[in-house]
Structures are given as C-alpha cells and as structure tokens.
Design a protein around this ligand. Sequence first.
Ligand code: OAD
Length: 247
Amino acid sequence: MFSDRLIKRMKKARSVAVLTGAGVSQESGVATFRGEDGLWKKFKPEELASVEAFVKNPVLVWEWYGYRQKIILKTDPNPGHMALADMEGIFPDFALITQNVDGLHRKAGSQKILELHGNILVSRCMSCGTKSDRIEPEEDGMVPRCACGGRMRPDVVWFGEMLPQDILSQAFEAAERSDVFFSIGTSAVVHPAASLPVAAKEAGAYVVEINPERTVLSGALDETIIGKSGEVLPRLVSRLRESGKEA
Ligand code: OAD
C-alpha cells in the first residue's frame, strides 16, 4: 500500500503538514458535502450558508446548524483522526490544517490544528464579535442573542466570506516548509484550501493524497493512495513505527 519512496521521505522528514476535508469524518458518520450522499445534494448552500441567507431567514439557518451541531456532538473520532493525533508526536514540526468544522481532530487529541473554515460548535456575535461555545440555539425557532443584544451566528466561514487571514497564512507557511504534505479526504475543489497541496509541491514537498477516489488534483501530486483514511492512516503510522521512526 505504501511506496518505498513515501516511506523513505517520511523517515527523513522533519516537517509534515496535512490538509483534511470532510472525508476524514465520513467514517465517524458526518456527511460529506459532495458526492452521492453529500449535504449539497440535499440542501442549497445559498439558502443556508451565506450572510445573505442568515439576514433573510436566521431561524432557518440556525435550525440547520443546530441540527448539524446535535449530530456532531454525538459523534466520535475514528481511527483516521486518532492516527493523525499520533503523527503529531512523531514529527518535530507537524501541522494539521483542516477544512472541517466538526472539532473531531481536537476530540482525537490533536493539539496544533489550523481550522480554516471555523468551528460549528462555536458561535460569534455579529455586532461585537464575542465568541461563545455554548450550544445554540437552546430551542428550535430561536435566534440566539449575545449579552450586547447582537445576533449570534455560527463561527464558520460562509460562502462569499474571507477565511481567517492569520490561520490561512500559517497554513501556507506550514505547507511550504513541509518535507511531506498530505491531502486527505478532500475533493480539493474549494479554494484557497485546495491551493495548499499545490503550494507545498511547488516548494519541494513530496505530496500524497489519501482518498477512496481520485480528485481533480491527483494528476498534479506525487501519489494518490486509494482508500479510506480510517483504514490507511493507522497502517501508515504502524509502518512508520516499524521502520523505527519515533519523535
Ligand atoms: P467534499 O464533500 O467536497 O469531499 C469529500 C471527499 O472525501 C471526497 O473526495 C470523497 O471521495 C472523500 N471521502 C469520502 N469518504 C472518505 C473516507 N472514508 N476517507 C477519505 N476520504 C473520503 O468535502 P471537502 O473537500 O472537505 O466549506 O469540502 C470542502 C469545503 O466545501 C467544506 O469545508 C465546506 C464545503 O462547502 C465550507 O463550509 C466553507
């Protein structure tokens, strides 16, 4: 399953960066966005995931986020998340960059996480910017309010919004200094996240994709490992340990 080239590169690597997408949480029971059972097949992003949608119908938007929060609160990290938490202890410089808003990497024990698209379990006041990790809304049909009176919104990046610029810069820096870069469980169509594997490759990293299917990026990367992250990643960590790679 793993090429000699990859194992050699990983044994020598000091710096490893990983980009994850919704596919990493698929085996935990969290729906992906695209593909047959994807969320964007059933729901319209423009009605649920934009500032315009929120201004037009905040109750509907909160119902959708409240529904997803409830699902996510019941889910647990899978062996793929666990293996990535283990990898953080193996390499002196390790960056975990995620597009996921489900917080499952943190639950699995990863510590250095760059959340590009925010966190669905956090809300933010649209007036004063105060953040809260209280689960909102407490009842359906409610739009939660901040102590200042402003409306609370989910602390996630919506369509048409900029990503948090400090986190994005840190992600590009990590990609560009990495010896090995992984793109895992992402369709690699949403930018700027999808530019990270390319930036890593241009800066000289060995870039590997892990996905049950090839993606638009596969042809531009060093290798694609076809498989589920919850199966491939634990095997990769075992293989590294067998090869004597320890922190
Ligand atoms: P997508 O739903 O676009 O892609 C999920 C990818 O995971 C696909 O390529 C699947 O083949 C793959 N996949 C499915 N099961 C897998 C498994 N068990 N192991 C590994 N891979 C698996 O999700 P993202 O690429 O994360 O943005 O989507 C990017 C962004 O689009 C999201 O962050 C979200 C969405 O609109 C915002 O909310 C801002």
